[in-house]
Design a protein around this ligand. Structure first.
Ligand code: SF4
Ligand code: SF4
Length: 281
């Protein structure tokens, strides 16, 4: 179990606890202003990620002081965790409304509007403060190039969209806005700021999933479809054995590789059951 499961989930998966999505959190003015500020300026987000390159060039002792301070702040304000589709489905089971939103990361990294982020609400979105908060971000955010505004989607539609994104190798992650409030689920790849910070710039702003993937060797034909789909470089191929294997120390447990395996040769196991990976987040 990750740190948040202990702190905000009573020892169970914190993101499956409905109270962490409660509408009451949105009555906090500080939180609503934080959310608006977060979405208002993609360039600021990009600049902050670029600054990590400067930090990574500093002496190790400086990094050892600054990085824990930044991470401590991120855990309080905006932190994420990778999760597989079965847990997304469970979250949709207790959420009341789902809205599809433009991804601030893609706006920052590509300058385009990509609708890969989903806001969740425990009350109908029409009466939720989420609508008011997001609409107040500004005209540019919700009426970008494709002018879709705040798109309400059914939970079934959202789940199908998530599955389609997995086929394109995107993985899912939940995000807090002033922890423990969870505001939504994103679909991520290399264009995501969290991916850049966590994997490329050594600042882990999202926990790995509560799972680790493994291959059943007898069922693997060595096609390497899974290897091409893994965003984390956790899968390697053995020419001698004509099979792949998954490095538990690198695996984020997203489960995306499973979708790309026609032989059902990949399974997810509880991270706690894999001693080598149990304490790696
Ligand atoms: S090997 Fe791990 S990190 Fe890579 S796609 Fe599979 S579950 Fe995700
Ligand atoms: S996709 Fe499946 S069959 Fe193909 S290499 Fe990966 S585990 Fe083996």
């Amino acid at each position: 179990m990750c740190q948040f499961c202990h702190q905000h989930g009573e020892g169970k998966k914190w993101y499956l606890k409905a109270e962490n999505y409660a509408e009451e959190f949105l009555s906090d003015m500080r939180r609503s202003k934080y959310i608006q500020h977060f979405f208002r300026d993609p360039q600021r987000l990009k600049d902050r990620i670029d600054l990590l390159d400067t930090l990574n060039r500093m002496p190790a002792f400086v990094q050892a002081v600054i990085k824990p301070a930044i991470l401590g702040r991120m855990k309080k304000m905006h932190h994420g965790q990778v999760l597989p589709i079965e847990d997304v489905k469970e979250i949709f089971g207790f959420a009341n409304s789902v809205v599809r939103l433009p991804c601030i990361c893609r706006q920052a990294s590509l300058g385009t509007e990509e609708r890969f982020c989903y806001g969740l609400s425990m009350v109908p979105v029409e009466v939720s403060k989420l609508k008011e908060i997001v609409e107040a971000v500004g005209a540019d955010y919700l009426t970008g190039p494709d002018v879709k505004g705040l798109e309400v989607v059914s939970k079934e539609e959202a789940l199908e969209q998530f599955k389609e994104l997995e086929k394109k190798s995107l993985f899912h992650s939940v995000w807090t806005f002033m922890t423990p409030f969870i505001g939504g689920i994103c679909n991520c790849d290399d264009d995501c700021m969290a991916m850049k910070a966590t994997v490329k710039k050594s600042l882990p702003v999202m926990f790995r999933a509560e799972y680790v993937a493994g291959v059943i060797p007898e069922m693997c034909n060595g096609c390497r479809n899974c290897l091409r789909a893994c965003q984390f470089g956790a899968i390697s191929f053995s020419l001698a054995q004509e099979k792949v294997s998954i490095d538990a120390l690198r695996c984020y447990g997203c489960g995306v590789c499973r979708v790309h395996c026609k032989n059902d040769a990949i399974t997810l196991t509880d991270r706690g059951m894999i001693p080598a990976a149990a304490d790696i987040w």
